[in-house]
Design a protein around this ligand. Structure first.
Ligand code: ATP
Ligand code: MG
Length: 466
């Protein structure tokens, strides 16, 4: 007791212990207490340890706790094989073919348990002609498991029983210095798995960490390797990035590192037009805000936003060639989606919602008769209305139109009738104007914000209500 008191007072206990390459950092130094670990993850670690195995919280969770953030999930790493883990927990199942993991269920929580793995040495590794690793699923020990991870900050192990952190790559120091550093030779590690380039961008944006110079340096030369990554994985990472709550920062960073080319080829073009850029950036900020408020976000909405100005451009061009607005919009949507699919396939399951959002846009300009009420009753009204507001905010269309819908949807029946009448009145003389395809690049755009006549006119004439 007295010894412990003295140790505490004079800091002897609070020292990093070094065993081989491993730095063991005691609780007194890092202050991450086991209370910060989810009860389910703690139970899993404790039960594995009670069964005689090693078990640690690993990866992103340790990093986030050290950064005083609440982790998204708590993964456990162990020296038990998946079969052995399976035996310890009645409610568990083995998942994955390439990497076999165990999902342990506790109530509504699922804890992912992975067996320590080793990175396969370069000469024995199976890689494609660009150096991409095709196989890395051999079991290993804790040190090897740390070495196969991407960044030093992501490669630490936390023992909830002793509250010590096991660190083989100076991740603790890097976190304290706010540095994101690749383990090993960055160029080799990017070649093994080009997605690590996107992870560097996403994690640094999300965590406010600086990408260390040598880690950032090879990216500009190696960025084209992303083309070799299977599409599903790329999309997965893109979604993580867009739904990280830091999409705005991420896309800004992707652009500054010139990494956005192969991913969202449309984005290249869109971001070069000031109006397109403003719209996309607003959409990203809006998504980030919704995530920070714990509101749901739909990937389909986001993709619809990312591609909107492309759709708008094609739609306009087709109308200028004399196509009718409805047909031209359908063609424009299909054309843009097909072009996008050739690069980074947006899953077809999002198509319906994206198209619904786009198709409802022209209908917001129809503000008389029964049409506004029918639009209000549409299942996709809310999303389409949010989309409309983004268009207003970005300066693409008149703010008044958004304001009109904001009022209309929540107001009394009396006021609605009044609004419909007010809106109907000045339209009649304008209807006599000759219908003309818009001359500028934007269809129902009125950048001056003064006049919606043109769009109102041909929309009303051409668009079916439902
Ligand atoms: P997030 O907070 O977004 O979940 P994360 O770092 O936890 O970030 P995950 O995809 O959950 O990301 O990965 C868990 C851990 O697996 C990482 O912390 C890292 O140690 C390791 N890891 C993930 N992807 C890679 C990769 N491409 N190469 C090497 N290690 C990786
Ligand atoms: Mg994670």
């Amino acid at each position: 007791m007295i010894k412990r008191f003295f140790k505490h007072m004079f800091g002897k206990a609070a020292q990093i212990q070094i065993i081989g390459r491993c730095h063991i950092i005691p609780f007194e130094l890092h202050s991450v207490s086991r209370e910060g670990i989810s009860p389910a993850a703690r139970r899993v670690a404790e039960e594995l340890q009670a069964a005689g195995f090693q078990a640690f919280v690993v990866g992103g969770a340790v990093r986030d706790l050290l950064l005083n953030r609440y982790p998204k999930d708590f993964d456990i790493a162990t020296n038990a094989t998946p079969e052995a883990v399976r035996k310890v927990f009645r409610r568990s199942r083995i998942i994955g073919r390439r990497f076999r993991l165990v999902h342990v269920m506790f109530g509504s929580d699922t804890v992912e348990v992975s067996t320590f793995r080793r990175a396969i040495e370069h000469d024995e590794a199976e890689t494609d002609e660009h150096g991409r690793l095709l196989r890395d699923n051999e079991f290993g020990d804790q040190e090897q498991d740390a070495a196969r991870r991407d960044f030093t900050a992501n490669a630490m192990f936390y023992d909830p029983t002793t509250q010590a952190i096991y660190d083989y790559h100076h991740g603790y120091e890097d976190i304290r210095a706010n540095t994101l550093r690749m383990i090993g030779d960055p160029a080799v590690r990017y070649r093994e798995d080009p997605v690590r380039m996107l992870r560097a961008v996403r994690l640094s944006a999300k965590l406010g960490m600086q990408i260390e110079a040598a880690t950032a340096a090879p990216i500009s030369q190696l960025k084209d390797l992303l083309v070799n990554v299977p599409e599903a994985r790329l999309l997965d990472e893109m979604l993580k990035l867009l739904l990280s709550g830091h999409a705005y920062e991420c896309v800004k960073k992707l652009r500054s590192m010139n990494l956005h080319h192969g991913l969202l080829p449309m984005l290249d073009v869109i971001l070069e037009q000031p109006m397109g850029e403003k719209f996309v950036m607003l959409a990203l900020q809006n998504t980030d805000k919704r995530i920070s408020e714990d509101k749901p976000v739909s990937p389909a909405f986001l993709f619809a936003a990312l591609l909107w100005h492309e759709v708008l451009a094609v739609w306009t061009a087709r109308q200028q060639k004399g196509e009718r607005p409805v047909a031209a919009l359908h063609e424009a949507m299909n054309e843009v989606l097909e072009r996008q699919r050739a690069q980074l396939a947006i899953p077809r399951r999002y198509d319906t919602v994206m198209k619904e959002i786009w198709l409802l846009q022209p209908r917001f300009t129809q503000r008389s008769g029964q049409r506004p009420l029918r639009l209000l009753a549409q299942e996709r009204f809310r999303g389409a209305y949010d989309f409309l507001l983004l268009r207003c905010e970005s300066g693409e269309i008149d703010m008044q139109l958004g304001a009109w819908w904001t009022e209309f949807q929540d107001t009394s029946e009396e006021r609605r009738t009044e609004m419909l009448q007010i809106d109907e009145a000045p339209k009649k003389p304008r209807r006599r104007k000759k219908k003309a395809a818009p001359a500028s690049g934007d269809v129902q755009v009125n950048e001056t914000g003064q006049d919606e006549t043109k769009s109102d006119e041909y929309m009303q004439a051409e668009f079916p209500s439902d």
